[in-house]
Write a protein of this length. Structure first.
Lengths: 127, 127
DNA sequence: AGAACTGTATCAATCTTAATAGTACAGTGA
DNA sequence: TCACTGTACTATTAAGATTGATACAGTTCT
């Protein structure tokens, strides 16, 4: 179910995180389905439970899963995941806006860019 | 001219780099004007010349300055660099806009985010 | 209540990488 | 040659991320 490559440049918890993102995105794991406990999975992979905990914590902040202390970790609902992703993209927009203004671009130009992009989306939708 | 905050989470060379980007972008330093030598500036800030050298190297990579070994470092003509950088950021804005609309966000919400971010920039500039 | 599971918080040890410094070398111009 | 300039190389230090050991707390079932 989960494989770890100890030669990978990526850290273990990162690999675990990404594996679960795949499994959840591909619906191999369904909403509300329980994930393996931190100790079980740690035992299988022969690593420390805290490492799994760290991966789970990251999945939780991105709302891929939710946690019920004492009970377990469960696959989240896609609406929530999307909401979290939207929020993240808004943060990026804000950061880039600040950078652009700093570089001398005008606010209007940025808004125009947004409008341009939105225009393109409409055309695609109609096609 | 250049201030270093030793409590900043940013590294020293990064702070030096950003200070000069500001000074050059705002034309406080004019094209072909000579920068302080790595040893002079290092002496003023009481740090190692190599740290300044690292900041200058980064400025040179981004074409904010040019270097004449044995003579010194001089302000370049970064208009093209800045223009390219601005264009790159606009591309990001557009891509994220498309993604956000695809995820279900509204165009108005994106424009609001831009306005929010711009608001913060104005406050900082006026202060 | 107690046992067996669950997640979580705290702290320490380790590992890795980035940042900084010390030194020596090389170009420029008087 | 001298006094300045930048640069390359190496080593050390510092900082941060990763992982691990341990103890604590919630849930469920008997």
């Amino acid at each position: 179910m989960i494989n770890i490559d100890s030669n990978s440049p990526k850290s273990i918890y990162e690999q675990v995180y990404e594996e679960f993102v795949k499994l959840i995105s591909n619906k191999v794991l369904k909403p509300d389905e329980q994930l393996p406990s931190v100790r079980d999975l740690a035992g299988m992979l022969r690593i420390n439970p805290n490492t799994i905990q760290k991966a789970y914590k990251l999945l939780e902040t991105k709302e891929f899963i939710y946690s019920l202390p004492g009970k377990g970790n469960f696959v989240g609902r896609p609406e929530n995941t999307i909401r979290a992703e939207i929020q993240g993209e808004f943060e990026k927009i804000k950061n880039i806006t600040v950078k652009l203004l700093f570089l001398g671009a005008s606010k209007d130009a940025i808004i125009n860019a947004v409008n341009d992009a939105a225009e393109g989306v409409n055309i695609n939708v109609r096609a």
